[in-house]
Design a protein around this ligand. Structure first.
Ligand code: BGC
Length: 828
């Protein structure tokens, strides 16, 4: 739609009509306006998948691997394809705006939403995010770059005031957003947090650099309920307050314009942006635009490919890939093998239609060829998971699942329905509802002490066969919507059950105001005796030709709304890996976590595969990797510490409300290098299934300031399989007049070659890589003079290094070329 047409539409609207457009009409919808034939636009979270408007386990969505896995892929084409899948899911669900990607950084390994962000590095995050944005928007669905900016941890996330230098903001935290704007992103979401004393929804950064210097012409939307006042965010460049209809804007904003506290021109600009977005997503059109859906089979193949593409092989003592022909018995060990964590917790959660567990994936691959023995090992899943269709039936119909009822104040039934999950996030939306009830007939498969949990806020009760075992009132002490409505804490009780006797569970929660939407009924069977479970696993390992042990984080440790307190997998899992690895050297440990964890036994296992939260095709993709159908394509997007105590930047807890980014530019590998500390695994590390010889590097020795140049790296695949290598180019400036990271990623390129094949990677380095932000001059500067140009296989392992001079413009456009053979320098 042309700009003058947009102007005319704005002119048609009264102030009231315009302001009404600037607040959501519901939790997920923007307002419609008949006068200009504008329909509502529908938002849905991402990036794990597109849930749609309902938190309903029956409305399933394709579930992608976590963003940390996608960052590990270093593969923009894959990201664009996944963006296409998200867009096609969005179209299917009537969604116009996907609230993804999350471009915050892995500043601390403790960050609760670490899994939802791509990387610790601004360049990798920028390129990965931009590729996903293009993939989504190429299909006419809007993407949202969030959370602008420095919203990198969860503790006190609604109010934390991040203190960060202007240089670090520009060079590190804003850089991925700048790239998103360059990629043409249609929305940017302002975070809950403050930066240097101003809340992000009212922050001058929304004007400069976002809308001014970068030329962002889309909509600056608030994070959900992040607008807390009327004038400040309206005067700052925030455009859209979500959700609605209640909002500090609405009539108060009309009044503020009437009083001259907010200029009407500012309102017009916001509305024009909203209408531009509407035109982009087709919200002025009578019918939704048709978009060819990705077929279910194709989607599954893509998601399966993504599991392998992001899996990082951190160590391999000639164990992987397994040759199926040599395996008569394979032991699969660990609770996560049968109950993997496929996604992180919080607002981005979706309901996949089915999950291929690692155990199922391995069994499918080995069917008819090898015997698979499964031993879960000691129990690790605490707190208990929500009831599902496995061992529960609806007491009314007898069908698998639970019975969900809404009752009025007298206990009369207003509504009843069989559901598939004990976690219900929207049942209170029934007029007159006073109490939500979830009940189920549970068939205990084991005799012993079961753990039951009810989740939510307000008055809650739980009865087992009519006996009340929990009755309490649990006030809501936070206003964080992710905790209030999505992941409220569970209150647990333990009850002795007999295997032969089904029991009726009834959980009730009263719907007082301010108690949120979530009601959860959860159950866990008796814990296995740790010593016996360990012995069983060790026996299974000893009798097998190969062992795959899957360990990981537990249900509540990686989630929005909270930061982690440690990186440990727990003693039981650590002991299990150690004992199993000691029993069988052909043990592969698969780590199922969204972010870094401590692996004190990493030197004891035959191979170590970091699988992240792999999404719905977890087991299919992992089996591809384990048995050699696919190469583990991942390279770490984040440095993994051997222990939390070693990590240079960890603090996420504000002090007196302030979270000081005292490390400045030095996060991630930059901090490790500066402090000369050795992590367990560096940013960029990942082995794949073949070996490479870096044979030759062709790079300019001299460039003009402002030039883009190419580093050509010729590599030979010296292994026995085809493979993919991610060639990484770093820069350093040892004698800089300004503070610099020890080195920083300047560019990368992935190449493929057959066994014995030679290939040349062309890594393009843009002028952006050399520049620094000058706070004095308020502009970007590039220091002339010597830099070091490096080619590495990770941030800690350089293969080649040479000087690079940045000078005035180079006449022939190419500069003097420096060709060189690898000279091993700085090997870490
Ligand atoms: C999260 C956002 C999310 C929004 C809507 C917020 O609490 O921070 O990432 O898009 O909720 O679910």
């Amino acid at each position: 739609m042309r700009e003058d047409v947009l102007d005319r539409l704005v002119e048609k609207l009264s102030l009231e009509q315009k302001v009404r457009l600037l607040t959501g009409s519901t939790t997920w919808r923007t307002a419609a306006e008949q006068a200009i034939a504008l329909r509502e636009m529908v938002c849905s979270d991402g990036p794990a998948g597109v849930r749609g408007e309902a938190w309903d386990e029956r409305r399933t969505s394709a579930l992608l691997p976590s963003a940390s896995a996608l960052g590990a892929a270093w593969d923009e084409r894959l990201l664009a394809d996944l963006g296409g899948l998200l867009a096609s899911e969005a179209v299917l669900k009537g969604v116009d705006i996907v609230l993804a990607p999350n471009l915050n950084l892995h500043r601390s390994p403790l960050g609760g939403r670490h899994f939802e962000c791509f990387s610790e590095d601004p360049e990798l995050t920028a390129r990965t995010g931009a590729a996903l944005i293009r993939g989504i928007q190429d299909r006419g669905v809007a993407a949202t770059a969030k959370h602008f900016v420095a919203n990198d941890s969860e503790t006190d996330r609604l109010h934390a005031d991040v203190r960060v230098s202007e240089r670090a903001l520009r060079e590190v935290y804003l850089a991925p957003f700048e790239a998103a704007v360059e990629a043409g992103v249609w929305l940017v979401m302002a975070g809950y947090n403050s930066v240097d004393g101003t809340t992000m929804t009212a922050h001058p950064l929304l004007s400069e650099p976002l809308k001014g210097e970068w030329g962002f012409d889309g909509v600056a939307v608030s994070d959900w309920a992040a607008v807390r006042t009327t004038e400040e965010p309206a005067r700052a460049a925030l455009d859209l307050a979500m959700p609605g209809p209640r909002s500090p804007w609405a009539t108060d904003l009309v009044r503020a314009v009437g009083d001259g506290r907010v200029a009407e021109a500012a309102i017009d600009d916001k509305v024009r942006r909203l209408l531009r977005l509407a035109a982009r997503v087709g919200a002025f059109e009578e019918r939704r635009r048709p978009h060819p859906a990705v077929r279910a089979g194709e989607a599954r193949q893509l998601l399966r490919r993504a599991v392998a593409a992001g899996a990082v092989l951190a160590r391999n003592e000639d164990v992987l890939p397994f040759d199926i022909g040599t395996l008569s018995t394979v032991a699969v060990i660990g609770e996560h093998a049968a109950s993997p964590r496929v996604q992180g917790g919080g607002s981005a959660g979706v309901f996949p239609s089915a999950v291929v567990t690692p155990l199922a994936g391995i069994r499918a691959r080995l069917r008819g060829r090898s015997r698979v023995v499964y031993a879960p090992g000691p129990t690790v899943t605490v707190p208990p998971p929500p009831l599902d269709t496995d061992r529960c039936t609806d007491p009314r119909s007898g069908e698998p699942g639970v019975l969900l009822r809404c009752l009025d104040a007298e206990g009369r039934e207003l509504y009843a329905e069989r559901r598939l999950s004990g976690r219900q996030l929207e049942p209170g939306e029934v007029p007159g509802a006073h109490t939500v009830e979830i009940s189920a007939l549970l068939r205990p498969e084991t005799t012993g002490t079961w753990t039951f949990g009810v989740g939510g806020f307000g008055r809650m009760t739980l009865s087992v066969d009519g006996r009340t075992v929990l009755d309490g009132t649990y006030p809501c002490e936070t206003d964080d919507p992710a905790i209030v409505h999505v992941t409220p804490p569970l209150r647990t009780v333990r009850v002795l059950l007999d295997r032969k006797r089904p029991v009726l569970l009834v959980a009730r929660r009263e719907l007082a105001s301010g108690t949120g939407r979530a009601t959860v009924l959860a159950a866990a069977p008796p814990e296995r005796d740790p010593a016996a479970a360990l012995a069983e696993a060790v026996d299974a390992a000893r009798g097998a030709d190969a062992v795959i042990i899957v360990v990981g984080t537990t249900e509540h440790s990686e989630t929005e709304g909270y930061d982690r307190t440690d990186l440990s997998l727990g003693r039981l899992q650590d002991d299990l890996v150690r004992a199993v690895a000691a029993a069988n050297p052909r043990t592969v440990a698969v780590v199922n976590s969204g972010g870094p964890v401590e692996l004190p036994w990493r030197g004891e296992v035959g191979a170590l595969l970091l699988a992240w939260f792999p999404g719905q095709e977890a087991g299919a993709g992992l089996a591809d990797v384990l048995f050699g159908r696919s190469e583990p394509g991942g390279r770490l997007p984040t440095t993994w510490a051997a222990s939390l105590a070693d990590a240079p930047v960890t603090r996420t807890r504000p002090v007196d409300g302030r979270l000081d980014y005292a490390e400045g530019l030095h996060i991630g590998y930059r901090a490790w290098l500066r402090e000369a500390r050795e992590p367990a695994y560096w940013f960029g590390h990942g082995l794949g299934y073949t070996t490479w010889e870096y044979e030759h590097v062709d790079a300019p020795a001299r460039i003009g300031i402002g030039d883009t140049f190419t580093v050509r790296v010729t590599l030979r695949n010296t292994g026995r399989r085809p493979g993919r290598e991610v060639v990484q180019v770093y820069l350093a400036r040892p004698e800089s007049t300004v503070e610099r990271p020890a080195r920083w990623l300047a560019g990368y390129a992935a190449v493929h070659a057959d066994a014995e094949g030679t290939v040349t990677a062309e890594v393009v380095v843009t002028p952006r890589a050399l520049r620094h932000w000058s706070s004095e001059e308020q502009t970007w500067r590039t220091e002339p003079g010597p830099y070091r140009l490096m080619v590495g296989r990770s941030a800690g392992a350089m293969e080649w290094e040479a000087p690079l001079i940045a000078a005035g413009p180079v006449l022939d456009g190419t500069g003097d070329r420096r060709a060189g053979s690898p000279l091993p320098v700085d090997r870490a």
